[in-house]
Design a protein around this ligand. Structure first.
Ligand code: ZN
Length: 381
């Protein structure tokens, strides 16, 4: 049984990788997914936006509760084609390894979830309501991607009870790590205005560097609070400062700085923005805030336990519930109040030349996904 599903997962992964879908192109992947899911009772809703292909595939369940899989069909560019040992869209299998762009991030995981669902449907196992949320813009701007799917589901009042995100979360072996949250990202461009002048006549000028320096020192010295809920403390790094004309005798009329902030769920965007504005309150400056990603965290509870139990049942591994890494589309679900766990393949070659995944990983991941779906219970926390 597991061998046939692994076979199916591999076959689907090959077909997905062969569909060239460099972000935000979909390359026909989502039509192909529809061709696999429709015979299993899934109905597709198109939520295309801004040139991005987005789909919700939903299958009403025999059991209570709704479980979603969240994924993307786009991949990052290949880089130098000549550097690849196997053409990135050939999906070559050699010595138990599937080679190609998207093998780990994340066509492999998409294929595993479909294979798991197909096997359960064919066995006529009673299932919860299942949804697949698939976008073709995760690797790019992510402006018209998963957020649009979540908005659609909010309008339809069809948000799931929990979601598995197929991002490659694992380090050494499938199941060793899930991500239950990610830090948020805020970027700030700061422009301090003074008045340019001759350094011998400071009374006629207003030194923008002198204005900026205490404000930047206050920002750098800000205590954002302790580590919280498995996350490291919030960090605000001043990554760039520019000021001065290059001449030694000119008082600068302008000074700019760039701040990169990684914050944990113990802080909020509003709180951080207010603190930075307060540090700058007595200088003439403009602050442009870009809230790149919202922090999110799924608390320990029934859903994370179910995911880790499934991993333990299939692999015997005790899973690390991690909060590291950059951002992920999980944040859009989490912001809508949906518990999120990211679980995919290992991530040793993501975004690299010669991206690849071991076939046994696809087999293991399919088995874990099947276990999660089969034993899904709605949390009443
Ligand atoms: Zn990804």
């Amino acid at each position: 049984m597991s061998e046939s599903s692994a076979h199916l997962a591999t076959r689907i992964a090959v077909k997905l990788i062969q569909r060239e879908s460099i972000t935000p192109a979909d390359g026909g992947c989502q039509d192909y997914i529809e061709s696999l899911l429709a015979p299993l009772g899934f109905v597709r809703t198109h939520v295309d936006a801004g040139g991005v292909t987005n789909s919700i595939y939903a299958r009403p369940g025999e059991l209570a509760g709704t479980l979603a899989f969240v994924g993307h069909t786009d991949v990052v560019p290949t880089g130098d084609l000549a550097a690849w040992s196997h053409s990135p869209f050939s999906a070559t299998i050699e010595d138990g390894i599937l080679h190609g762009r998207g093998a780990q991030d994340m066509k492999g995981a998409v294929a595993c979830w479909i294979a798991a669902v197909a096997e359960l449907c064919q066995a006529q196992t009673p299932l919860p309501t299942l949804q697949m949320l698939i976008t073709s813009d995760e690797e790019g701007e992510s402006i018209d991607g998963t957020i649009r799917l979540v908005e659609q589901m909010q309008r339809d009042q069809s948000l799931p009870d929990a979601a598995v995100v197929g991002e490659p979360s694992c380090s050494e072996a499938v199941g060793d790590t899930i991500r239950r949250g990610r830090r948020g990202v805020i970027q700030v461009r700061m422009n301090v205005h003074g008045k340019q002048g001759h350094s011998a006549y400071p009374q006629d000028a207003d030194n923008a560097i002198h204005r900026a320096a205490p404000a930047l020192a206050a920002i750098a010295a800000t205590d954002w609070g302790a580590a919280t809920d498995g996350f490291p403390p919030t960090s605000c790094q001043i990554t760039n400062i520019q000021g001065g004309t290059g001449a030694s005798n000119v008082i600068p009329g302008n000074c700019s700085a760039f701040l990169d902030i990684r914050y944990n769920p113990g802080n909020s965007f509003g709180e951080i923005k207010a603190a930075i504005e307060a540090a700058c309150h007595d200088i003439d400056c403009t602050l442009d805030f870009d809230h790149v990603a919202t922090a999110f965290s799924t608390p320990d509870g029934i859903f994370l336990d179910q995911v880790c139990d499934a991993i333990a049942a299939v692999t015997g591994i005790t899973t690390c519930r991690d909060t590291g890494g950059g951002t992920s589309d999980g944040r859009f679900l989490a912001a809508a109040g949906v518990p999120v766990a990211e679980l995919g393949t290992t991530n040793s070659t993501i975004h690299q030349i010669n991206e690849q995944v071991a076939l046994h990983e696809l087999q293991t991941l399919t088995n874990i996904y099947r276990h999660i779906i089969e034993h899904f219970e709605v949390s009443h926390d």
